[in-house]
Design a protein around this ligand. Structure first.
Ligand code: IMP
Length: 202
C-alpha cells in the first residue's frame, strides 16, 4: 500500500527538499501543481506553527488527501522578531526577495545597527484525512549583517551568516539541507510520519 500525500507548496525547492526527506517511505507525493487549481489558504496565524496547521488543514479538506504544509521565516532580534510570519511579504503584498532584502536593510539602519542576532524558523504540519496531526519545528541561529555574500539559496540567505561566517547563500544544497531550519523540522517529522504509516498501511 502507498499513501498519497499532498505537499502544500508550489515552490519547487521546498517540494524537492520534502521529496528527498520522504524518500523510501511508502508514499506518493503530489504537489499543488499536480492537482486542480485551489484558492490560497488564508494564513492569518500569529505563529509559524499556526500557519502551517491552517495550510495543512485547508488543503487536506480541499483535496480529500493527507497533506504536509510548512511555514517559515526570519526573526531578527534588533527588529523585535520582525519580519517573522510576514517574512514573505515584508516589503508589501507584491514583495519579492530583492524588495524584502531592501526593506530588511532599511529596518536595520532605522534601528541603528549593522548586524543583529537572528533565527530562521520552520514549522511543518502533517494532517491526515481522519484529522490526525503530526507537527515539527526547526530553528537555525545566525547573524543578519548588512553585507550580502553568495549566489545560492533564496530569500534572506545572502544576509544570513552562520557561526563559521559563511552565509546561507554560500552553501551547497546538501549543506543547506543538513543545516537549515527546514532540514531540522523534516528530520523531526519524518520518523513520526514513518511510524504512523507503518501502523496505518498494514
Ligand atoms: P513561506 O514559508 O513560503 O510563507 O515563506 C517564508 C519566507 O521566509 C520566504 O519567502 C523567505 O523570504 C523567508 N524564508 C524562509 N525560509 C528561508 C530560507 O531558507 N532562506 C531564506 N529565506 C527564507
Amino acid at each position: 500500500m502507498v499513501k498519497q500525500i499532498v505537499i502544500a507548496t508550489k515552490n519547487l525547492d521546498k517540494l524537492r527538499e520534502v521529496e528527498i526527506a520522504l524518500d523510501g517511505l511508502p508514499v506518493e507525493i503530489l504537489s499543488l501543481a499536480d492537482i486542480d487549481d485551489f484558492p490560497d489558504a488564508v494564513e492569518d496565524g500569529e505563529t509559524f506553527e499556526e500557519n502551517a496547521r491552517i495550510k495543512a488543514k485547508f488543503f487536506c479538506e480541499q483535496t480529500g488527501l493527507a497533506c504536509i504544509a510548512d511555514d517559515s521565516g526570519l526573526e531578527v532580534e534588533a527588529l523585535d522578531g520582525k519580519p517573522g510570519v510576514y517574512s514573505a511579504r515584508f516589503a508589501g503584498y507584491h514583495a519579492h526577495d530583492v524588495t524584502n532584502n531592501q526593506k530588511l536593510l532599511e529596518e536595520l539602519e532605522k534601528a541603528g545597527v549593522t548586524e543583529s542576532a537572528a533565527d530562521y524558523r520552520c514549522a511543518l504540519c502533517f494532517i491526515d484525512t481522519d484529522g490526525t496531526e503530526i507537527c515539527a519545528t526547526g530553528i537555525v541561529h545566525g547573524t543578519i549583517k548588512n553585507v550580502a555574500r553568495g549566489e545560492g539559496g533564496f530569500g534572506y540567505d545572502p544576509y544570513f551568516y552562520l557561526d563559521d561566517s559563511k552565509t546561507m547563500a554560500e552553501l551547497t544544497l546538501e549543506e543547506k539541507d543538513s543545516l537549515s531550519h527546514r532540514g531540522a523540522a523534516l528530520r523531526e517529522l519524518v520518523p513520526k510520519l514513518k511510524e504512523r504509516l507503518l501502523c496505518t498501511l498494514e
